[in-house]
Design a protein around this ligand. Structure first.
Ligand code: NAX
Length: 331
């Protein structure tokens, strides 16, 4: 039998945490043959509710779940973890300035970076879900110099999956037959959902989404805004933000990162920019990536037309501004 993998979930008493931990314990994230030990972190006001989650995990009698560490101590939570999914953060409340929210998250991510850097297992992979996800991941990278930048990422897979879902609904095809959409940039409303290289598997072979949809007006406007604003649509309908879809996307992100993407398929991940596609180096930016042996690689050589170029640049500009704001909170 395989040794258990230790998976940290921060913000585990929150609503994404509540949807995510049973998925991990069932093998959705790392496979049906991979035992796990869950490390759950939240803050002291949520300690009782966190303990309730632990009680329910015991009650669910998951065969793959070999242990639960539920704690409000960052060092205890981070010790020995192989995978860290950082969902905890400070939400923007009504009337709060952007800078105040940023400042709270910068201090959270700074301290978690240092705990992970010192206490996580070697080669720990980190996924930041909490917003502002890209910039929180960047702060983490800055303050955890012992964690290689290739091991730090943020979640844009939910946006990627939303784009697949929209194409599937539009064409009335199975979502599993749609692939290679791209989310470029920030996990925010400036992200650019790009279908220019996306395809659908049909009985007659693989066809470009642009050819099948044959409605450029829809693809160039409504499709993009629907994906960009899907989070707000969920809040409007549910009076709560996306949780099950976010948890599922976090599992997809880690599973593909660890177990690899199928030949010919790419996914979107927020990763440290090396300057590919003329995106400024030093931002955490969502790119199309393939993965193999636990490592991602940015898909190279895709043609970027003028329409796309503007959108790639716009979301990069927003990320540069967020980065500047985050740094201004450090001093
Ligand atoms: P909740 O408010 O339900 O849960 C957040 C939890 O984090 C709470 O239990 C809170 O006590 C805890 N927390 C706060 N500070 C902490 C700290 N320093 N250490 C550990 N835990 C801490 O929010 P939820 O709906 O679960 O969303 C969590 C985060 O995901 C938010 O930042 C949200 O904006 C972000 N999202 C990101 C998405 C993405 O695709 N990247 C999509 C979904 C979601 O909106």
């Amino acid at each position: 039998a395989k040794d258990p993998v230790r998976v940290l979930v921060t913000g585990a008493a929150g609503q994404i945490g509540y949807a995510l931990v049973p998925m991990i314990a069932r093998g959705v994230m790392l496979g049906a043959d991979q035992p796990v030990i869950l490390h759950l972190l939240d803050i002291p006001p949520a300690a009782e509710s966190l303990n309730g989650v632990k009680l329910e995990l015991v009650d669910a009698a998951f065969p793959l779940l070999k242990g639960v560490v539920a704690t409000t101590d960052v060092v205890e939570a981070c010790t020995g973890v192989n995978i860290a999914v950082l969902v905890g953060g400070f939400p923007r409340k009504e009337g709060m300035e952007r800078k105040d929210v940023m400042s709270k998250n910068v201090s959270i991510y700074k301290s978690q970076a240092s705990a992970l850097g010192k206490h996580a297992a070697a080669n720990c992979k980190v996924l930041v879900v909490a917003n502002p996800a890209n910039t929180n991941a960047l702060i983490l990278k800055e303050f955890a110099p012992s964690i290689p930048e290739k091991n730090i990422s943020c979640l844009t897979r939910l946006d990627h999956n939303r784009a697949l879902g929209q194409i599937s609904e539009k064409l009335n095809v199975q979502v599993s037959n749609v692939k290679n959409v791209i989310i470029w940039g920030n996990h925010s409303s400036t992200q650019y959902p790009d279908v220019n290289h996306a395809t659908v598997t049909t009985p007659a072979g693989e066809k470009p989404v642009r050819e099948l949809v044959a409605d450029d007006a829809w693809l160039n406007s409504e499709f993009i805004t629907t994906v960009q604003q899907r989070g707000a649509a969920i809040i409007k309908a549910r009076k709560l933000s996306s949780a099950l879809s976010a948890a599922s996307a976090a599992c997809d992100h880690i599973r593909d990162w660890v177990l690899g993407t199928p030949e010919g398929t790419w996914v979107s991940m927020g990763v440290y920019s090396d300057g590919s596609y003329n995106v400024p180096a030093g931002l955490i930016y969502s790119f199309p990536v393939t993965t193999q042996n636990g490592e991602w690689k940015i898909v190279q050589g895709l043609a970027i037309d003028e329409f796309s170029r503007k959108k790639l640049d716009l979301t990069a500009e927003e990320l540069s501004e967020e980065k500047a704001l985050a740094y201004s909170c450090l001093s």
